[in-house]
Design a protein around this ligand. Structure first.
Ligand code: MLC
Ligand code: AMP
Length: 510
């Protein structure tokens, strides 16, 4: 059987292809038949451009239904989809294109002039455009293409996507995800979360990361559900569409913002059967306030780029198996998780160590980084997540911290090392330490603490200005503090915990 992700999803589409697959904010509908035909057109355009199975297709575009067609067309043609956050700057994109060597790069029309030299330098053969309205040279070519064509015969282990994830060294790694990784996760989540006839997903996440692209889209498509597709999260828009939907997936910031909205009432949520949260820790107070307001418990799950989804609180609640605040639930069916110390020694109940995982969801390795890949896998195939966790007596997994130096802001990962390298380079800065501080909206806010080089007068505004030029906006420090000296331990290592403590009140609400 063809293990191509598109073939597997297509087998799950409703027999009645007139049913709506995607509904746009203005109510315009794309039926499952149209979705299938559009994926075929995009697959044919890719083939015509010389994209062979296994070739990378890098995509940095705004969220649009055409971007979904392109994603599905890519799978159909056996190409490797490589989505990039639209916030990434030309410097950042240059690295991804150079590393992944795509055959095609699709960008926003307004970015074409600045990215053309970047693409040329990386040796990318084709540059095409797609805008937020779904127009551009790629869309034009797709309209002229035939919808018919083969679905490339793929094995489970063949690559379907590469998603870059920053590293603690400051250098991004391309996580290679296979057709089998993506399809197995989609089917498992569809079944676990009780997807059913009549379900409609409220989709307000970006589609360049695991959460919005794979968890939200693939799971819904694997159920033949309707997707209400919003360009971004906007509480008013989400509330306008909520009566038509049954399921929502979001990062904790979505739920914090909904709870701040006076229109988010029990009645507003009455037609919904499930709210799912992930990508960052959901505060217990958000979980409780949500339950008080709506009578429903948010279902928190845990995952990461390299493994897709790995654990989930239960959908069907039963005594002793309810959705518990502050936990990420149980391993998904078919996924094994365990807690080990740094040397790989297994730890017992309630002991805190690093979470390790194994299963059909676990990625194939980092693109062109065999050594890095080997470092992060145990000999028996378990992937070492870098998240600190424990498993309690009832079997619930708790994420209690991170062994990796990572900040998660509004669901986006920021590796301090990457920001420190940029800040340290700014004339006048001596050295810097980047930390995450508690933030009421984003969960954590990126903050830089710096020293000045002797006799220099560099200030916060100067640091922010340079960061804005070089880094995606969500990575730019929300505050920059200057100190005489960074606190260090006897080994000379900067004591970030001490800095976090010293500045912990910075973003607290009054
Ligand atoms: C935007 N900004 C952010 C930010 N998003 N800053 C820090 N953290 C963020 N996440 C910047 C903006 O550029 C702007 O800066 C300023 O902050 C205020 O912007 P805003 O209007 O409030 O932001 P908004 O557009 O509303 O976006 C916030 C958000 C968005 C939370 C809705 O960031 C979002 O959709 N996040 C979801 C991330 C996600 O999908 N993660 C999944 C990763 S997958 P300025 O300077 O321009 O004013 C994964 C695996 C798993 O982790 O388990 O799921
Ligand atoms: P990413 O690399 O962008 O896929 O982010 C994955 C990281 O997000 C994980 O390694 C965790 O640190 C974090 N994460 C995802 N879901 C949760 C959750 N429910 N609770 C706590 N952390 C989470």
């Amino acid at each position: 059987m063809n293990q191509n992700l598109f073939a597997i999803l297509r087998d799950c589409f409703p027999a009645d292809r007139a049913r709506p697959a995607i509904v746009q904010p203005d109510g315009a509908e794309i039926s499952y038949g149209e979705l299938e035909a559009a994926a075929g057109r995009y697959a044919n355009v890719l083939r015509r451009l010389g994209c062979e199975p296994g070739d990378r297709v890098a995509v940095q575009v705004d969220k649009s239904v055409e971007a979904v067609f392109l994603y599905l067309g890519c799978a159909q043609a056996g190409c490797v989809y490589l989505p990039l956050n639209v916030a990434y700057t030309a410097d950042e994109v240059a690295y991804f294109l150079g590393d992944a060597a795509p055959t095609l790069f699709v960008c926003r029309p307004e970015a074409e002039a600045s990215l053309k030299p970047v693409a040329d330098k990386a040796g990318v053969a084709n540059l095409m455009t797609l805008d937020a309205e779904g127009e551009g040279t790629l869309a034009e070519a797709a309209r002229a293409a035939s919808p018919d064509g083969e679905i490339h015969e793929a094995g489970e282990d063949d690559l379907a996507a590469i998603l870059y994830t920053s590293g603690t060294t400051g250098r991004s790694k391309g996580a290679m995800l296979t057709h089998g990784n993506l399809s197995s996760n989609a089917i498992t989540l569809r079944d676990l979360w009780g997807f059913r006839e009549g379900d409609a997903l409220l989709h307000a996440l970006p589609i360049f990361h695991v959460h919005g692209l794979f968890v939200a889209l693939n799971t819904s498509l694997a159920n033949g559900s309707t997707i209400f597709f919003l360009p971004k999260f906007d509480a008013d828009e989400v509330l306008r569409l909520m009566p038509k939907a049954t399921v929502m997936m979001g990062v904790p910031t979505f739920y914090v913002r909904l709870l701040q909205h006076p229109g988010f009432t029990r009645e507003a949520a009455a037609g919904m059967r499930l709210f799912i949260s992930g990508s960052a820790p959901l505060l217990e107070e958000t979980f409780r306030e949500f339950e008080e307001r709506t009578g429903m418990r948010i279902l928190e799950r845990y995952g990461m780029t390299e493994v897709g989804m790995a654990t989930s609180n239960p959908y069907e609640e039963a005594p002793g198996r309810e959705r518990r605040a502050g936990t990420v639930g149980f391993p998904l069916p078919g996924v094994e998780v365990r807690i080990a110390d740094e040397d790989g020694k297994l730890l017992g109940r309630d002991e805190i160590g690093v979470l390790e995982m194994r299963g059909p969801n676990v990625f194939k390795g980092y693109w062109k980084m065999p050594e890095k890949t080997a470092e992060e896998f145990r000999d028996d195939g378990f992937f070492v997540s870098g998240d600190l966790a424990k498993i309690d007596a009832d079997g619930y997994v708790h994420i209690v911290g991170r062994a990796k130096d990572l900040v998660i802001s509004g669901g986006f990962n920021v590796y301090p090392k990457e920001i420190e390298l940029v800040v340290d380079d700014i004339p006048g800065v001596g050295e810097s330490a980047v930390i995450g501080l508690p933030h009421p909206d984003f969960g954590e806010a990126v903050t830089a603490v710096c020293t000045r080089a002797p006799g220099e007068e560099v200030d916060e505004a100067a640091v922010v200005t340079v960061c804005k030029q070089k880094l995606a906006n969500f990575k730019v420090p929300k505050r920059v503090f200057f100190v005489e000296q960074l606190p260090r331990n006897t080994m000379g290592k900067v004591q970030k915990a001490e800095l976090r403590k010293a500045y912990e009140e910075t973003f607290k609400q009054s």
